[in-house]
Design a binder for this molecule. Structure first.
Ligand SMILES: O=C(O)[C@H](O)[C@@H](O)[C@H](O)[C@H](O)COP(=O)(O)O
Length: 235
């Protein structure tokens, strides 16, 4: 069963998504003084991050990371780390620790191994995750047609960060990526998928009915992940 809420405005949608994430982080902090958050890049999350960054939490107990990253340094305009630091890790949330997925001067697979170790060292599942979804149905960097997709979506593997090759002949992604695998998402305490516009509603419904071996949304549903969908038709 997927929890799904529709909001009439972007403000109401962003506020509700930020509140759900803040609540998940507050619950983890109350239970043990620590919380682990993973956020997405792209154009959707910024209004949610702006609100979440002002949540009245013990941010010093929070570690923030990413669900995926372009294989570029933070100086790149494509960097999700730079986006997260600019939009979430400011104000009250500036006190949070940040664990990057990108490592300089290594191969994307070596960077993935380093990031896997760093996240495993947190010693806990993700407490709160903010997901976006592309028009092609990808979440994180789980791209349709990618040669690594079925590995990323295999439910029984250890939670890990994987390197994703750039798509061939113009296929997505345009550059190498780093991404969480499905087991990281399935073990999360709360997964917020934030979507805007009627087009993405149709994409979500198509993907949800798809094959879990190759459709990330269907894979989350088949694995009974704690998915909460926040919609607004407002673009
Ligand atoms: O690195 C990224 O681009 C994101 O992490 C990616 O997974 C994003 O969530 C989707 O592509 C949706 O992007 P929009 O929010 O821009 O539609």
């Amino acid at each position: 069963m997927i929890a799904s809420q529709t909001f009439p405005t972007r403000d109401a949608w962003a506020e509700a998504a930020a509140n759900a994430l803040a609540e998940a982080l507050a619950d983890a902090l109350a239970a043990g003084g620590r919380a682990l958050f993973a956020g997405s890049g792209g154009s959707t999350p910024s209004p949610i991050y702006a609100r979440l960054s002002e949540a009245d939490l013990d941010w010093a107990g929070v570690t923030a990371t990413l669900v995926d990253e372009r294989y570029v340094p933070e100086t790149s305009p494509d960097s999700n780390a730079a986006l997260l630091k600019r939009t979430l890790l400011t104000g009250r949330a500036a006190a949070a620790r940040f664990t990057p997925l990108y490592s300089p001067a290594v191969t994307v697979d070596r960077a993935a191994a380093i990031a896997s170790q760093a996240l495993a060292a947190e010693g806990r599942p993700l407490d709160a995750v903010l997901l976006g979804m592309g028009e092609d149905g990808h979440i994180c960097s789980m791209f349709p047609g990618s040669p690594t997709l079925t590995t990323l979506l295999t439910p029984g593997l250890k939670p890990a960060i994987h390197g994703v090759p750039a798509g061939r002949d113009g296929a997505a992604p345009p550059q190498e990526r780093l991404t969480l695998n499905l087991p990281w998402l399935v073990s999360a305490r709360r997964l917020v998928l934030a979507l805007t516009g009627a087009g993405k509603r149709a994409v979500f419904e198509r993907e949800a009915a798809g094959d879990p071996a190759v459709n990330p949304i269907a894979a989350l549903i088949a694995a009974n992940a704690p998915l909460e969908v926040f919609w607004t038709e407002a673009e």
